[in-house]
Design a protein around this ligand. Structure first.
Ligand code: SOE
Length: 394
């Protein structure tokens, strides 16, 4: 059992950042102990952000007890047990490493970092901290969608046999309009890369998670369709409004790549913010010698499963409604058929993290798993620049 700062058995959480991901994580910290029976109770102790007025308003709205205007002040507090990093990628390494060195558990948003070097430093810090019982996790939250967890279970039970094909797409369209304004996600110095790191990272992690296999080489292509965009009127998120002047987009709008897996499967990946009409379509289809499965996040409570061992006359893709109590994570929520949504994956992430901290286990996905994804991202970029296949270093 972990030692918590106030000896009450409460796990005091401090979060840095309060925009889209900060709001998603806040609801997770709020609802996890209300729906799941947790061995230690998370408390939303402090929220950090640079603007005093904005952070106070966000803390009030999202349910945090206190605020700080610098992440360093948050990390220095004795009454914080865990630091949740919900900031743009260029700050992940500095905040996470400082928190780990201060003995705080860390949950860090994806992608783990903006470069392989930063991610490697984070893994070193995480491994040093783990020796003292300090835990870390990277937020590849879609692993915790029940239908995805069920997909992994089916593959690991051998229900698909030998895997031949992995087809993975992450399709969004929030900047298809050339007048959509600049945001930090379009700035390489803050985001590291564009569609590749922001959403491609998710499908790389999902593909490796579901198959239990690793990508060993890639051949990729990146494209920026709109290179100049209006500056935002002020603070801009996924749906900001345009102000005056323009800025240069320094990241990819879309990324495609071919992959080969250690186990021999062939992969085809596509991550784009220009798939007009697709809002958050995460599609994964896997074909094996004994069967296939298919998933689309826009219908996230469903897993399609084809069992190739059934009689050919009646075999066919089965539409499994993943809402039964026996399905991963589902029992804590609603009766069968009463669907769950985007935010539940974040709650499940917190539940698994808290359970691992209490049990003294290393959570997954670990920072090392984040580094594996980071290496694939870097290899896709290099491949696009060099027109050559790239091996993923181990
Ligand atoms: C924007 O593309 C974004 O918010 C990603 O950053 C998240 O990781 C994804 O869950 C939803 O889309």
């Amino acid at each position: 059992m972990t030692t918590t700062s106030d000896g009450t058995g409460d796990l005091a959480v401090g979060m840095v950042g309060y925009a889209f991901m900060g709001a998603a994580h806040s609801q997770a910290w709020r609802s996890a102990p209300r729906f799941f029976d947790l061995p230690i109770r998370p408390r939303m102790r402090a929220l950090a952000g640079r603007d005093a007025g904005r952070v106070a308003a966000a803390a009030d709205r999202l349910g945090w007890e206190s605020t700080e205007t610098s992440w360093k002040a948050l990390v220095a507090r004795d009454d914080i047990d865990l630091v949740d990093v919900c900031t743009p990628g260029d700050t992940h390494a500095e905040i996470a490493i400082a928190a780990l060195e201060a003995g705080k558990h860390v949950l860090c948003e994806k992608p783990l970092a903006n470069t392989v070097e930063e991610a490697e430093a984070m893994v070193r810090a995480a491994e040093a901290a783990a020796a003292h019982g300090v835990r870390s996790m990277v937020g590849f939250t879609y692993r915790r969608v029940p239908a995805i967890a069920l997909a992994r279970q089916l593959v690991s039970e051998g229900r698909l046999g030998t895997l031949h094909h992995v087809r993975a797409q992450y399709l969004q369209d929030w900047i298809v309009d050339p007048e959509a304004p600049m945001s930090w996600r379009l700035d390489k110095s803050q985001a590291g890369s564009g569609a590749l790191g922001d959403i491609g990272a998710h499908i790389i992690d999902l593909a490796q998670f579901i198959t239990g296999d690793s990508i060993r080489r890639v051949s990729g292509r990146l494209r920026t369709f709109v290179e100049e965009r209006p500056l935002p009127s002020e603070h801009s998120g996924l749906s900001g409004t345009a102000g005056t002047g323009t800025g240069t987009v320094t990241v990819d709008d879309a990324a495609t790549f071919l992959a080969e897996f250690d186990g021999g499967a062939m992969g085809v990946f596509e991550a784009t913010r220009f798939a007009n009409g697709r809002k958050n379509a995460i599609r994964v289809e896997i074909n094996g010698s004994a069967g296939s499965l298919a998933f689309d996040f826009e219908d996230m409570n469903i897993l399609h499963f084809f069992d190739g061992t059934e009689d050919a006359g009646t075999a066919g893709f089965r539409r499994i409604l993943v809402t039964e109590a026996q399905h991963p994570y589902v029992e804590a929520w609603w009766p069968p058929g009463h669907l769950i949504g985007y935010e539940h994956g974040f709650t499940h992430q917190v539940v698994d993290l808290v359970n691992d901290i209490a049990a003294g286990n290393d959570p997954a996905p670990s920072f090392a798993d984040g580094l594996r994804v980071q290496r694939v991202l870097a290899a896709v970029e290099t491949s696009s620049d060099t027109n050559a296949w790239q091996d993923i270093p181990r």
